[in-house]
Design a binder for this molecule. Structure first.
Ligand SMILES: [Zn+2]
Length: 406
C-alpha cells in the first residue's frame, strides 16, 4: 500500500536542500578517506603525513580534551549511540506518518556526521599503520648465542624475583600500586621522555597526552577491554577495575597509540621495553610480568624448574592467578569486542588480534633424539622426544639482551 505524502511544497524544498547539503558533506568526507587510503600505500608518504598531519591534530585535541578531568570519548560513544537510535526512530515515524523527505533528511545528516568522524579518525590514525618500523635498541639477530641468552634469562629472573619480594601484593594476589592513577600518569609520562632521545630520530611524538579512567569500567571488563585510545580526541581511556599489573602495562600501550604507534605488536614492544628497562622498580616489575613466558624460553629444563619454583615462592603465581581469575568472571560479551577489533585491524591492513604478539615470534627447530643404536627415543606416554633449539630470537629477547649485555 502506498503511504500518503503529507509534506507541503515548502517542506519538500527545505528537506530536499538539507539532504543535498548533507550529501555534499558525505562526498567530501568520503573523498578525504579515499585519498588517505591511497596515500597510505607509500611508507614515506605515511611517515610524512603521520608526523605533519596526524601528530598536530592529536596534539591540539589532546590539549583541549585534557581540560576535562573525565573521558570525553566515553560521553561521545554514548551520545553517538543515543543520537543514531533517535534518528532511526524518527526516520521510521516520519516515513510512516507521511513525511518521507523529513525522515530521509535526518538519516542523511546522520550519515554525514558519521563520515566526518570517520574522515578525522582516518587522518589521525590511518597513516600510523603504514609508517616505517618503530625504532628500538635491540641486539642484531646473530649478535649473541645460546649461552648469552641463557645469561639474559638469569639476570632477568634474578631481578624479577628481587622485585617481587619487595613488591606489595594484597591477599587476593593483586599488586598494590604505590601511585594514584594521576601519579602513575606522571611517572609514565616521565618515562616516555626517554623516547625523545635522538637515537629514535623523532619517530615518537614528544607529546604524551593524559590517560583517563572510564566510568563504565564494568561494561569494559564484560567486553574484555582494558584500554581504548581515540586519537581524534587525543585521549587514552583506561578500565579502572582491572588488576593493577594489567592497568599499568595497558596504560603504557594505549599512550603509545596516542604517540603515533598504531600497530599493536609495536605498541606492545615499545611499551614493554620502556617499562622493563625503567629505573623505576614498580614500572620495571609490571613490564617484566608481561615478558616472563618469553624469558622462560631462554632457559634449559633445570633452570626453568628452578626459576618456576623461585617465582612461586615470590607470589608470582598469585599475581598471575588474580589476573586470570579476574578475566574468567567475564565471559558473556567477550567475543563481541574481539570480533569488532579483528574487523577494525583488518580494515587497517593488520593481521587481526593475532598481530598483538608479533614481537614474541621466535623461530625454533625441533630435532628428533636418538639412542646409541640410532633408534628414536620415546617418553613414558609414547610420544617421540625432540630437542628444541631457537634459531631466531624474538624482538623481546633481543631488546632484553641489549639491555642486559649491550
Ligand atoms: Zn592497542
Amino acid at each position: 500500500m502506498k503511504r500518503p505524502d503529507r509534506e507541503s511544497a515548502v517542506e519538500k524544498r527545505f528537506y530536499s536542500r538539507r539532504m543535498l547539503r548533507a550529501a555534499i558533506v558525505c562526498a567530501a568526507a568520503l573523498a578525504v578517506i579515499v585519498l588517505c587510503l591511497l596515500l597510505e600505500r607509500s611508507e614515506s608518504v605515511s611517515e610524512f603525513c603521520s608526523r605533519y598531519i596526524s601528530r598536530p591534530i592529536v596534539w591540539l585535541m589532546g590539549h583541549i580534551s585534557s581540560v576535562f578531568p573525565f573521558s570525553l570519548f566515553e560521553i561521545f560513544v554514548f551520545a553517538a549511540v543515543a543520537a543514531a537510535l533517535t534518528l532511526v526512530v524518527l526516520f521510521i515515524i516520519y516515513c510512516a506518518g507521511g513525511f518521507p523527505r523529513r525522515g530521509a533528511s535526518y538519516v542523511t545528516v546522520l550519515a554525514a556526521v558519521a563520515l566526518c568522524v570517520g574522515a578525522v579518525y582516518t587522518l589521525c590514525t590511518g597513516f600510523n599503520y603504514y609508517r616505517a618500523e618503530a625504532p628500538l635498541p635491540m641486539a642484531e639477530n646473530d649478535e649473541y648465542g645460546k649461552e648469552d641468552y641463557a645469561q639474559v634469562a638469569e639476570l632477568f629472573f634474578e631481578d624479577l624475583t628481587a622485585l617481587l619480594e619487595k613488591a606489595e601484593i594484597d591477599g587476593n594476589g593483586n599488586l598494590v600500586s604505590p601511585y594514584s592513577f594521576d601519579e602513575l600518569n606522571d611517572v609514565i609520562a616521565e618515562e616516555f621522555k626517554r623516547l625523545d632521545d635522538e637515537y629514535f630520530g623523532g619517530y615518537y611524538t614528544s607529546y604524551t597526552p593524559e590517560a583517563k579512567l572510564m566510568a563504565s569500567s564494568e561494561l569494559m571488563s564484560e567486553l574484555h577491554l582494558i584500554g581504548i585510545t581515540f586519537s581524534p580526541l587525543g585521549e587514552a581511556n583506561l578500565n579502572a577495575g582491572v588488576p593493577v599489573c594489567d592497568l599499568v602495562s595497558t596504560t603504557a600501550h594505549e599512550l603509545m597509540h596516542a604517540k603515533g604507534v598504531m600497530r599493536e605488536s609495536e605498541a606492545n614492544l615499545v611499551s614493554y621495553w620502556l617499562l622493563a628497562t625503567s629505573d623505576n622498580d614498580f614500572l620495571r616489575l609490571c613490564g617484566y610480568l608481561e615478558l616472563t613466558s618469553d624469558m622462560f624460553m631462554l632457559t634449559d629444563t633445570e633452570r626453568h624448574e628452578y626459576w618456576a619454583q623461585r617465582l612461586t615462592e615470590c607470589r608470582y603465581d598469585d599475581v598471575r592467578g588474580y589476573s586470570s581469575r579476574y578475566w574468567s568472571q567475564y565471559t558473556a560479551l567477550r567475543r563481541i569486542s574481539g570480533f569488532f577489533n579483528d574487523i577494525y585491524l583488518a580494515i587497517n591492513g593488520q593481521g587481526g588480534t593475532e598481530s598483538y604478539n608479533e614481537g614474541s615470534q621466535t623461530e625454533i627447530t625441533f630435532t628428533p633424539v636418538y639412542d646409541d643404536e640410532g633408534n628414536p627415543v620415546y617418553d613414558e606416554s609414547g610420544g617421540q622426544i625432540f630437542e628444541s633449539e631457537i634459531v631466531a630470537y624474538s624482538q623481546i629477547h633481543r631488546f632484553m639482551a641489549e639491555y642486559f649485555l649491550g
